[in-house]
Write a protein that binds this ligand. Structure first.
Ligand code: PLP
Length: 353
């Protein structure tokens, strides 16, 4: 840290992303990426001509991409916001709507507390119930910035639409962010509720179900006034926030929605298979409807399992937080990768009993 950094930022603890190994070839089950590549139409759309066009700025309005997304979801373009990864939308929303404070669960996406600290917000942390479900009533009537991942991460547990609506309708004087990064793997989206509630912001991403984490593309649904706020921040920070290649790739990907639906179905099937196999080996596993499992063994600590798997070339995500330090988050990869993972787990456990 230099001696010039503002006092406000010197105490900030940055978000720590999952490892992205550069040397050894790992089976990567640690950052919830898709095991499947984007569909062929994406590669076809990003051709040599597009590379030459990189000399030009990207379209700050993302017209072509926005039109296609609006079409697919049956919403108006003025109710859509596009961003450089969905983290950027979360950043903007914390910047814009946190003045009266922010509320989120103790166990959830680690970036929320970083954004809250970055903007110096008063933060209220609501513990999840003992079974890691969200205590709905504790999020009602707050009238502050309420932030919920649905399904939640790293538990994978989802709230139903009526529960989300209960929270949104009881917080009419505060924005409710529903972060749906994993919604396509088996939960219900709340995006339609943005037509009814002017305090709801529903955030989604291409990073997980659409196999494009590296393209950095997020989108959000909300009342047009909220979209205007977000646009204002975007045009005050980085008007060309989505690069040309990503806009083209993002639009092309939507042509083949069936491909993504099929991938989500396969991933959900693999998830249920791995969950049952882990349970047979004595693991406690939450009822995840996301593309990851959250599991704890009665035979080995979370950090030991993490290390032993890493030595065998398999990366999973371990968290140090007290309440979940016995658990690990395991991305659901391809059936083949998960076979190798399960074999390794059985060998590791076999070696210690
Ligand atoms: C992965 C993830 C995101 C961020 O996704 P990007 O679009 O890649 O920035 C947001 N929220 C949650 C809960 C996530 O797990």
């Amino acid at each position: 840290m230099s001696r010039f950094l503002s006092k406000k930022l010197s105490a900030l603890e940055a978000y720590v992303p999952g490892e992205q190994p550069k040397v050894k070839k790992f089976i990567k089950l640690n950052t919830n990426e898709s095991p499947y590549p984007p569909p062929k139409c994406v590669a076809d759309a990003v051709g040599k001509r597009e590379i030459e066009e990189l000399r030009l700025y990207s379209d700050p309005e993302c017209t072509a991409l926005k039109t296609k997304l609006a079409d697919l979801y049956g919403v108006k373009e003025k109710n859509l916001f596009l961003s450089n990864g969905s983290d950027e939308i979360l950043n903007f929303a914390f910047m814009a709507y946190g003045e009266s404070g922010a509320v989120f669960p103790d166990i959830t996406y680690g970036f929320y507390s970083v954004f809250a600290d970055l903007y110096g917000l008063n933060t209220e942390i609501v513990p999840l119930n003992d079974d890691f479900t969200v205590n709905i009533d504790a999020f009602c009537g707050k009238n502050k910035l309420v932030v919920l991942a649905n399904p939640n991460a790293p538990t994978g547990i989802a709230l139903g639409l009526s529960e989300i609506e209960k929270i949104v309708s009881s917080n009419r004087d505060g924005i409710v962010i529903v972060d749906e990064a994993y919604v396509d793997f088996g939960a219900q989206s709340a995006y339609r509720l943005t037509e009814k509630y002017d305090n709801l912001l529903v955030v989604q991403t291409y990073s997980k179900s659409r196999s494009m984490a590296g393209a950095r593309l997020g989108f959000a649904f909300a009342n047009e006034n909220i979209i205007e706020d977000l646009e204002k921040i975007k045009y005050s920070t980085n008007p060309y926030n989505i690069n040309r290649i990503t806009q083209i790739a993002g639009a092309a990907a939507l042509v083949n929605q069936e491909y993504f639906d099929e991938n989500c179905r396969k991933i959900a099937e693999t998830r249920e298979y791995v969950k049952e196999e882990l349970k047979k080996t004595g693991f406690t596993v939450t009822d995840s409807v996301a593309n990851f499992l959250f599991a704890k063994s009665d035979k080995i600590s979370g950090s030991k399992l993490y290390t032993a798997l890493k030595e065998r070339g398999i990366l999973i995500r371990h968290f140090e937080a007290e309440r979940i330090k016995d658990y690990n988050r395991i991305t659901v990869g391809s059936r083949e990768e998960m076979g190798i993972f399960l074999d390794a787990v059985r060998k590791i456990l076999g070696g210690i009993v």
